[in-house]
Design a protein around this ligand. Structure first.
Ligand SMILES: Nc1ncnc2c1ncn2[C@@H]1O[C@H](COP(=O)(O)OP(=O)(O)OP(=O)(O)O)[C@@H](O)[C@H]1O
Ligand SMILES: [Mg+2]
Length: 227
């Protein structure tokens, strides 16, 4: 396999006609504290890679059942590897966030008008993947004007984001866990279909139980336990 990209939390390999994502034990955050919105590796936790992959597989299988298109092919948990269909990203990559409660960067930006933890109705925001500029939020008009995504594609992205986030939220709710927000990535396959790519692990979302924030590993254990 040929290494084509080494990211913060995963390495990407090319293997014949597919990609292999290798999940590392690195987690985003700052000074040892986890933050799904951070642009640096904040801590390394043994087993984080495999746990993140397990939860990712759990959700991608649920999405398959729901008929939602993703890049997922299969996974080898022991090797912490997931095989996926290669996709091309929009521009140099977007992150799509779906929010059910006001926390994180939403609160930092709109704190003048929003209260912490205020309910939000599956509110969708897009940000540019641009570490140097702290992943700025971008509007649908700006996405079209800059040639990144047209309005029709934006609507599709928003619809997919709300559907996918709804699936995740419902699965968490079965374990009495509340989803506050989640970050997704999308790409286009060769035939132009827009699909969910990357991962859905504890590192991509904020989840709470009885008003207590759950660390990614704790969330992954809870979600995958048979109880
Ligand atoms: N199916 C796919 N096709 C192409 N690229 C993909 C696919 N799935 C995930 N990726 C990309 O692989 C990389 C995974 O690595 P990782 O998540 O560690 O990146 P990162 O450090 O977060 O960097 P980035 O800021 O690019 O996300 C991401 O850039 C992601 O966009
Ligand atoms: Mg990433």
């Amino acid at each position: 396999m040929k290494l084509i990209y080494s990211g913060k939390t995963k390495d990407v390999y090319e293997n014949d006609d597919h990609y292999v994502l290798k999940f590392k034990d690195d987690v985003t955050g700052e000074n040892g504290v986890f933050d799904p919105g951070a642009n640096s590796v904040g801590l390394t936790m043994e087993g984080a890679g495999k746990a993140g992959l397990r939860l990712t597989v759990f959700f991608f299988e649920k999405l398959k059942e729901a008929g939602i298109p993703t890049h997922y092919i299969d996974a080898d948990i022991e090797q912490a590897e997931m095989s996926v269909r290669p996709a091309s990203v929009f521009g140099e990559g977007l992150e799509v966030i779906c929010r059910y409660r006001a926390v994180g960067s939403f609160l930092r930006r709109y704190g003048k008008y929003a209260k912490e933890g205020q309910p939000l109705d599956a509110f969708v925001e897009v940000t540019l993947k641009d570490d140097e500029r702290q992943d700025p939020p971008i509007s649908a008009d700006a996405l079209e004007m800059l040639g990144i995504l047209d309005h029709e594609e934006y609507s599709r992205l928003k619809e997919l984001t709300q559907n996918i986030s709804g699936v995740v939220r419902d699965e968490l709710a079965k374990k009495d866990i509340e989803l506050y927000d989640i970050k997704l990535e999308f790409g286009r396959l060769d035939d132009g279909t827009i699909v969910l790519i990357d991962e859905i692990s504890g590192g991509n979302m904020r989840a709470y139980q009885n008003d207590d924030y759950m660390e990614p590993l704790e969330l992954e254990q809870m979600m995958l336990s048979s109880k």
